[in-house]
Design a binder for this molecule. Structure first.
Ligand code: AMP
Length: 194
């Protein structure tokens, strides 16, 4: 899978979710390390994202965190990562995460995770990039999201092919088998224009 050297993972910054979600993040982090794939993430040490980053580091892998300076206080920036880039704005953060990554994976999370998912999907819909996007529906957590998306398609507000720009899998074990089948992608615009 030479076309995937780094993956951006969007996931929750809260510690209050089900323990199974952290277990999934930990398993995925260890797999990233074992495969030698760099994690690109939001740079926090709390919540699902902190568990994920810790697992990659525990497995001997590389982690790049991108965090706006104002969030360093709220999210408690992870000081142990391989690289921590401190940027000025949320927009700069997301553009940088997109630029550094060969694909995007969504684990359980909250409103911020959803925002990040929909932004990267809509950028793809607009042809700003062609990188793969995979949503991990751990323990059915994102079932309601699929229902919403299906409703949007049924109402005619999105084409089925655009709704399918994000592929759903049932567990973290299914991510790499799917990525191996999906074509690699690239940014099609200068990241400063994202
Ligand atoms: P959450 O899923 O709400 O825990 O947030 C996960 C990540 O999304 C965190 O790194 C947040 O900084 C980020 N985030 C939260 N709100 C937003 C937003 N409005 N736009 C972009 N990212 C956000």
């Amino acid at each position: 899978m030479e076309h995937i050297r780094s993956l951006c993972v969007y996931c929750g910054s809260s510690d209050r979710g089900p323990a199974a979600h952290k277990d999934a993040a930990r398993a995925f982090g260890l797999e990233l390390a074992q495969r030698g794939i760099r994690l690109v993430f939001g740079g926090g040490r709390v919540g699902v994202m902190g568990t994920l980053a810790d697992a990659v580091l525990e497995g001997g892998g590389s982690v790049t965190g991108i965090i706006p300076d104002f969030l360093m206080r709220h999210e408690v920036g992870h000081q142990g990562v391989t690289q921590l880039e401190i940027v000025a704005t949320m927009h700069e953060r997301k553009a940088r995460m997109a630029e550094l990554s060969d694909g995007f994976v969504v684990l359980p999370g909250g409103l911020g995770t959803l925002e990040e998912l929909f932004e990267i999907v809509t950028w793809k819909q607009l042809g700003l990039h062609t990188k793969p996007i995979v949503v991990v529906n751990s323990a059915g957590y994102w079932d309601n999201l699929r229902t919403v998306i299906d409703g949007i398609v049924a109402a005619g507000y999105a084409r089925r092919e655009n709704a399918d720009l994000a592929a759903f899998v049932n567990s973290v074990e299914d991510v790499f088998p799917l990525l191996a089948r999906l074509p690699g992608g690239e940014l099609t615009v200068d990241s400063k224009r994202l």
